[in-house]
Write a protein that binds this ligand. Structure first.
Ligand code: AMP
Ligand code: MG
Length: 343
């Protein structure tokens, strides 16, 4: 008995050093940008230099300075104050506006960057929330129209009286740019968390397993589902992310461009998974406005966009598109819930 146990024990000891190898240490950074806390986890030798940590806040700061609708030196601010005159914008703003206007078009205006005056009227830019009356809402809705934005190369023209902002896509755009830089530095394993549920997963976790991202229960504080990502981005839009309450009524920050009021489509959150973080960010906002029926039909009609979505309704129903089958699962404590797969 003993003689047989000893070789087995020895074999186990020989195996141990490999099996117990210490997990690689990540390089981590947390920074505040675009009104939110962002955190970055990067693996590999290339990530372990101070320069890597320095360029992330630098790149984010530069982007914020160009894209903020409230900073007086930003291109977006200049467009909004130009009173109908063309404004030459920097290359990156031009690229972002071009891509975003295309998303406004594809989503038939569910995403509309000219909703900004309505966003301001509800007080979401200052925190001084108020509920505009019917008349004011009708006036605001009449002025939301992305097709009126003139875009000619680097020159952007917005009719006087209209204002635009890129709040619905800026974090996604930043995620794509940062990911490009990370990859160019030969970092092949990283998680870029741009806050408010915009995430870029680069490669896999060290060891080859996919990154696991928790999806918030819109009706609580915990994670309801987990989505596995490898070289993929994710964006969630939800009413719970920014809202205020007045007279027992909840008003959130995602507006229906048709009414200029918070979009009440029956959805509590939408998560989009796609290679491009900009697409995830823009589409999650747009699908939230569309609602489940229209949003799932949009997914069927647009295979060329290569995205998948996870919808959570206000009643707590969970639905995901076919591409997430096997990549999305219920989180601990939610195992008894049902996930409907859309095809
Ligand atoms: P997100 O959190 O990515 O869903 O984007 C929501 C933000 O985009 C809001 O805080 C507004 O600034 C702006 N916004 C709200 N509704 C829309 C809409 N329908 N289209 C474009 N931008 C919107
Ligand atoms: Mg968005």
């Amino acid at each position: 008995m003993r003689s047989r146990t000893l070789p087995a024990l020895l074999a186990l000891l020989l195996l141990l050093p490999a099996g117990c190898q210490k997990a690689p240490e990540p390089t981590e950074l947390t920074t505040f940008a675009m009104d939110t806390m962002m955190s970055f986890t990067l693996y590999g030798e290339e990530a372990q230099t101070d320069a890597v940590l320095a360029w992330i806040p630098t790149q984010l700061g530069a982007l914020e300075a160009e894209l903020s609708a409230t900073r007086e030196d930003s291109d977006i601010f200049r467009i909004d104050r130009a009173e109908g005159q063309p404004v030459e914008v920097r290359a990156c703003v031009s690229e972002l506006l071009s891509d975003t206007l295309e998303l406004c078009r594809i989503t038939d205006g569910a995403l509309d960057i000219t909703a900004y005056p309505a966003v301001k009227a509800w007080g979401f830019t200052t925190g001084e929330h108020r509920v505009p009356d019917e008349e004011e809402l009708a006036e605001l809705a009449a002025k939301i129209d992305y097709t009126a934005v003139g875009w000619d190369g680097p020159a952007v023209t917005l009719p006087a009286g209209m204002e635009l902002d890129v709040g619905a896509v800026a974090k996604g755009y930043a995620g794509d740019l940062l990911a490009e830089t990370v990859r160019s530095k030969d970092i092949s394993s990283a998680l870029l968390d741009l806050g408010q549920s915009t995430i870029v997963a680069i490669g896999t976790k060290p060891g080859g397993k996919p990154w696991r991202i928790g999806i918030r229960d819109p009706a609580g504080e915990s994670y309801l589902a987990v989505v596995e990502l490898t070289d993929m981005s994710l964006g969630t839009s939800g009413g719970y992310q920014r809202y205020f309450e007045e007279d027992g009524e909840v008003y959130w920050h995602i507006l229906d461009p048709d009414t200029a009021a918070p979009a009440r489509s029956g959805l509590a959150s939408v998560t989009v998974v796609a290679p491009s973080a900009l697409l995830c960010d823009g589409l999650s906002t747009a699908l939230f406005v569309m609602g489940l029926e229209e949003g799932s039909q949009f997914w069927r009609d647009h295979p060329e966009l290569e995205f998948d979505a996870l919808f959570i309704t206000e009643e707590g129903q969970i639905l995901c598109t076919a591409g997430l089958e096997g990549r999305a699962s219920l989180a601990e404590g939610y195992e008894d819930r049902e996930v409907t797969v859309l095809r």
